[in-house]
Ligand binder design. Structure first.
Ligand code: IMP
Length: 185
């Protein structure tokens, strides 16, 4: 069985739903780990995974997600966690006046099979809404409207979010890999 390492119960719920839909079991290792400060989500995810190699029993995976706002040259990107804790969604909305609100979420899953680390990514394009809307989800969900939708991610339930999200794209790639390579025994 494969283990997800995260301290974020929302991430666990979204990912468990996907494993459930595929008839797969998922173990949750609830653990907080330190993230390096780096320029991109791929490096942060890789580094966090590498540090867990001697801490968590393989096979396991974790993921790192960043929100990249085009008009802010990709900010908060690798600082997404810090900015969410400090500025929060009201702070992001204050930074953005008028047009130029396009943004993307990037999720990078890092999977350690006992020998090497593999990465699987997912990108969701969209824009930052004019105001915070919705009750579901977490983090930046209330201010992010996916391309092709009128709703923020927070106005969607978990199933709808999972049908299009950055995280679900990355996790789908992981699940395909695990199935293809018979890694789920
Ligand atoms: P991390 O991957 O836990 O480092 O997440 C960085 C920041 O992005 C945190 O503040 C999270 O709350 C936020 N975040 C991560 N994933 C999502 C998501 O799916 N929707 C909205 N915010 C997210």
């Amino acid at each position: 069985m494969v283990t997800l390492v995260t301290s974020n119960k929302h991430k666990f719920q979204e990912i468990r739903e996907m494993f459930d839909h595929n008839g797969l079991n998922l173990e949750w290792h609830e653990l907080t780990y330190e993230e390096i400060q780096a320029d991109d989500t791929y490096s942060i995810s890789y580094d966090s995974c590498r540090k867990l190699v001697n801490v968590v029993k393989a096979p396991f995976f974790m993921e790192d997600t960043g929100l990249y706002i085009d008009s802010l040259k990709g900010f908060p990107g690798p600082y997404s966690s810090y900015v969410s804790r400090t500025l929060g969604n009201p702070g992001i909305l204050r930074l953005l006046n008028g047009p130029g609100r396009s943004a993307k979420f990037v999720t990078v899953v890092s999977y350690y099979d006992g020998n090497s680390i593999l990465q699987f990514d997912g990108v969701l394009r969209g824009h930052i809404s004019a105001e915070s809307r919705g009750e579901n989800g977490f983090g930046y969900d209330p201010i992010f409207v996916p391309e092709g939708s009128d709703m923020t991610l927070s106005e969607m339930g978990i199933d709808l979010k999972n049908s299009l999200s950055h995280r679900s794209m990355a996790i789908s790639k992981l699940i395909s890999y695990l199935k293809r390579n018979d890694k789920l025994k």
